[in-house]
Design a binder for this molecule. Structure first.
Ligand code: DON
Length: 552
């Protein structure tokens, strides 16, 4: 039955669904050159953190829609010995930000203000985050980890079909900003697949970061370039915002599910809280067959609850009280479980804007090395190509992460997510994220490393891939390939991947009162599973993106 679903999902022969096997180490990323960069560093004697740094910088060159040095993210690191931490390198609101900054005099949201142009940008965290991870755990020199990215930027690489399409899709917005137009649209002659894309300014920027460390970015020439660009376009980020930015080491958020330990991210992401809350609710339930009417119904109702809680309670816990312990407790889960309707969906369709999440603009990569150290990293510019503004002379784009704040109470963000007071804009606060990099541990050893892009859908993607492995015993490639669905409380609709579900199941769900919304694809989960008995590493790049799993 599983095979049938998979075949109907893509039309590829079953053999294409085998995971990539390696005895020692594995990298999985949504972009092949970045995957190779990580593998190069592992083969050169680097550990998982060195490789993650290499992949992170390489993606900033080869996947400009999401890979970045002008954005931010979260990294979960678990060392083979059991030590585990989270690097929170989420962007921050600049000091001059305020809760009404995207509203006009009447209190109405100014269209696009939090999405396009420099006012949408938060203070970037990526360079500080990767540097912090490397300073704590890296084995190879920092310069060595940046070498593949510098090479890719300086020598260039052949543009893939996907990159050429992605640039074309955003050409109108990129075209509004001359520096972005020059770099990414070659001043009106967009790159064709196979043409070489060289980025000399970015290579120079990366060389400076390789030589001087994060100070080059937050204090030196690059900081000056960022501030000059921001001033030119009347933004808010100042040199002092860059100087004070710090990536934060956080305790991972821990949960348990049927004997497995879950390690994931705390606020300012809602991802970990949502994932653990949902796993707690589902833990004792009979989840029937994967993607059957009955399992979809129960899981969708669990999603509805978790996303309602996200809207009500989640924000940056350094600024607003967030009841993390309660939301992730087994007792609270028992209460929610008792509220899952026995047969029908609680249909209360209210107005909302459908989430637009067809393009995976964020990106996740997973790394496991020969010692068993593991890294799950999700980072982003938020929307594709962030706020579309490239820093002049420095070759990289700034994010539009400010859109993840509650710009106005009751108004959805670009992912259709309604958010609350806890996520209101304040100086230096970090906007609420859904990014959910996660590591599953079994008997003291890493079993699964995973994460995904997809805005508000991320938490549900990670949940389903995790259930596919731990409950339904799919191999990791089947688990990331299997069709997915999504409920986020508001708008009250059940989003289904278009070709993955039988007409009978869809019919039953509609009969039960669900308003179905069909989407082409959801997320791009890049995952590694370690066989608990043999230690073999199995990598799976999600077929929804054109990525790669490779190991040795
Ligand atoms: O942090 C977040 O939740 C969002 N900024 C992620 C954006 C994203 O996944 C875009 N990709 N679809």
């Amino acid at each position: 039955m599983v095979l049938g679903l998979l075949l109907s999902a893509s039309g590829l022969p079953a053999a294409a669904f085998r995971p990539v096997a390696a005895r020692h180490a594995m990298v999985v990323s949504s972009e092949p050159y970045a995957c190779e960069a990580g593998l190069e560093i592992l083969r050169a004697g680097g550990n998982a953190v060195d490789a993650a740094v290499a992949v992170g910088f390489a993606l900033a060159v080869t996947l400009p829609e999401a890979g970045n040095i002008g954005g931010g993210g979260f990294m979960v690191i678990r060392l083979a010995g059991g030590e585990c931490l989270v690097v929170d390198y989420r962007e921050e609101a600049p000091a001059a930000a305020s809760r009404g900054m995207y509203l006009d005099a009447e209190g109405t949201l100014i269209p696009g203000a939090s999405r396009e142009g420099v006012l949408a940008a938060g203070v970037p965290g990526t360079v500080a985050g990767l540097a912090l991870a490397h300073r704590k755990y890296g084995k190879l020199p920092w310069r060595r980890a940046l070498a593949p990215a510098i090479r890719l930027a300086a020598r260039g690489f052949p543009v893939s079909f996907e990159l050429s399409q992605s640039l074309l899709a955003d050409r109108d917005s990129l075209g509004k900003f001359p520096e972005s137009r020059r770099i990414f649209l070659r001043d009106g002659r967009p790159y064709e697949p196979g043409e070489i894309f060289r980025q000399p300014e970015l290579a120079k920027t990366l060389r400076q970061i390789a030589r001087d460390g994060p100070a080059a970015f937050y204090q030196g020439r690059i900081a000056q370039a960022i501030v000059a660009t921001i001033e030119k376009h009347h933004g808010l980020i100042q040199l002092s915002d860059l100087r004070q930015y710090q990536a934060k080491v956080r305790e991972p958020l821990r949960g348990s599910f049927r004997g497995y330990d879950i390690l994931t991210v705390p606020p300012p992401s809602s991802g970990g809280v949502g994932l653990i809350e949902m796993l707690n609710v589902l833990e004792p339930l009979d989840l029937a067959a994967p993607n059957s009417y009955e399992s979809i119904r129960v899981i969708a109702e669990t999603m509805r609850h978790a996303y309602a809680d996200r809207a009500a309670y989640l924000g940056d816990a350094d600024f607003a009280p967030v009841p993390v312990r309660g939301l992730t407790s087994k007792e609270y889960a028992a209460e929610l479980r008792s509220e899952i309707p026995k047969t029908k969906a609680e249909v209360a369709v209210r107005a909302g804007r459908p989430a637009d999440f067809e393009a995976p603009e964020t990106t996740h990569f997973s790394v496991v090395d020969a010692e068993g150290n593991a890294v799950a990293n999700t980072y982003t510019l938020n929307g594709s190509y962030g706020c579309y503004v490239a820093v002049e002379g420095a070759g990289f784009l700034l994010n539009d992460e400010m859109d993840d704040f509650t710009a106005k109470l009751g108004e959805p963000n670009m992912f259709g997510l309604i958010q609350g007071e806890a996520n209101a804009i304040e100086p230096h606060k970090r906007p609420l994220s859904s990014m959910t990099p996660a590591i599953v541990v079994q008997g003291g050893k890493v079993r699964l490393v995973l994460g995904s892009p997809g805005g508000g859908t991320i938490i549900n993607t990670v949940l389903q891939v995790l259930l596919n492995v731990l409950v339904y015993h799919m191999d990791v490639r089947q688990a990331v390939t299997a069709p997915r669905f999504h409920h986020q409380w508001m708008p009250d609709q059940l989003v289904m991947e278009r070709w993955g579900f039988s007409a009978d199941t869809l019919h039953k769900l509609e009969g039960a009162g669900y308003q179905l919304e069909m989407r082409d694809r959801m997320g791009a989960c890049e995952a590694i599973e370690i066989d608990p008995t043999t230690g073999w590493r199995f990598g799976a790049a999600d077929p929804r993106a054109a990525g790669k799993a490779a190991g040795y």
